[in-house]
Write a protein that binds this ligand. Structure first.
Ligand code: S3P
Length: 175
């Protein structure tokens, strides 16, 4: 039913992975999470990579991974559902690459809601793991504002009331 990769982007904690897995199951496609692939490749957690090698190194790994998917696409590999780390579209011009790689969907939620979802799920996320609640909320508000310029370049923007498999499948039919 889909001939192109499906790419989910959005802030940490928005729900890219859980929705991505459901879409992939529904379409009978492989599901990929860039963080998970990088952890496997490096034999380290994302937090360890940030700590030992630094953020710039991690962004390079994200860049290299997207280049490898672009090569696969050129080689006409079967489409996949790809969930990308929250910061990936923002660095190294990758939003442009993502739009070439597949149909991009920006999963959007208000900052306060992201805060509620992240407050108990920040331990594995190096950029927020050491922030207290007040710092976390300001970090989300500020970072979201900066990142939206990139996220909004997605082909589809899906607000929180439409983040379900059926709506996404309807959008993919139009693409
Ligand atoms: C990051 C988001 C994380 C992970 C890393 C950095 C970011 O992915 O790639 O901790 O810069 O927003 P999730 O969006 O899957 O949490």
């Amino acid at each position: 039913m889909v001939s192109n990769n499906v790419i989910l982007i959005g802030f940490m904690g928005v729900g890219k992975t859980s929705l991505g897995k459901k879409i992939a199951r529904n379409l009978d496609l492989e599901f990929i999470d860039t963080d998970e692939i990088i952890e496997k490749q490096q034999g380290k957690t994302i937090a360890q990579i940030f700590e030992e090698e630094g953020e710039e190194y991690f962004r390079r790994l994200e860049f290299d991974l997207i280049q490898s998917y672009k090569r696969e696409k050129t080689a006409k590999a079967k489409p996949k559902v790809i969930s990308v780390g929250g910061g990936l579209p923002v660095y190294n011009n990758l939003m442009k690459d993502l739009n070439q790689l597949g149909t991009t969907l920006y999963l959007q939620r208000p900052a306060k809601e992201l805060f509620n979802r992240l407050v108990n799920a920040k331990d594995k996320r190096p950029l927020v793991m050491r922030l207290n609640e007040e710092e976390l909320l300001s970090y989300i508000e500020e970072t979201l504002l900066n990142r939206e310029a990139f996220y909004n370049q997605a082909k589809f923007i899906v607000d929180r009331n439409h983040q379900e498999v059926k709506t996404i499948l309807d959008l993919l039919k139009q693409s």
